[in-house]
Design a protein around this ligand. Structure first.
Ligand code: FMN
Length: 134
C-alpha cells in the first residue's frame, strides 16, 4: 500500500518527564525500524506533535495504539495522506529539539508567539517540525 504520512497533536500528561520522553523514543525507534516507519516527535509547551511516515496500514495500526496510550490525551488527527517521499528518512523517530524554538520561530509559523497547535495549520506544524531537524 502507498507510502503515507500521519500527523497529530495531543496533550502530554502533566507529570511527563524527560526520562519518559526518552523512553517513548527508545521504544518507538526499535518498533519503527522493524516496520520501516520514520518520523519526528516534539514535546513542547505540554503538547506532543508527531509525524510518522510509512505503509498506510502500519500507520493506521500505530495510530490506534498511540491514541490509547495513557501518557497523553486529546489526540487530534491533523492529517493522514499519501506522500511521494519521506521527509524524516534519516530517523526511525527523531527527537525535535524544543530548546531551538524561539518566539520568532513560533511567529514565523503561527499568528501568536505563544505556541498553540490549535492555532496552526497541519502544514505549519509539519514545516516547523521539519525545520527543527535541519
Ligand atoms: C507521544 C507518543 C508517541 C509514540 N510514538 C510511537 C511510535 O512512533 N512508534 C511506536 O511503535 N510507538 C509509539 N508510541 C508508543 C505507543 O503508544 C505504544 O505504547 C506502543 O506502540 C506499543 O503499543 P501496543 O502495546 O498496542 O503494542 C508513542 C507513544 C506516545 C505517548
Amino acid at each position: 500500500m502507498f507510502l503515507s504520512e500521519l500527523m497529530y497533536y495531543s496533550i502530554a500528561n502533566e507529570d511527563i518527564t524527560d526520562e519518559d520522553l526518552d523512553n517513548i523514543l527508545e521504544v518507538a525507534r526499535n518498533a519503527n525500524k522493524e516496520r520501516n516507519v520514520t518520523g519526528a516527535l516534539l514535546l513542547y509547551h505540554g503538547f506532543f506533535i508527531q509525524c510518522v511516515e510509512g505503509h498506510r496500514d502500519i500507520l493506521n495500526q500505530l495510530y490506534s495504539s498511540i491514541i490509547h496510550d495513557a501518557r497523553h490525551c486529546d489526540v487530534r488527527l491533523l492529517r493522514f495522506r499519501t506522500i511521494e517521499e519521506r521527509t524524516f528518512d534519516q530517523w526511525s523517530m527523531a527527537k525535535a529539539d524544543s530548546s531551538r524554538i524561539t518566539d520568532s520561530l513560533t511567529l514565523h509559523y503561527s499568528p501568536d508567539k505563544t505556541f498553540n497547535p490549535a492555532l496552526m495549520t497541519p502544514e505549519q506544524l509539519y514545516r516547523m517540525l521539519a525545520r527543527l531537524l535541519r
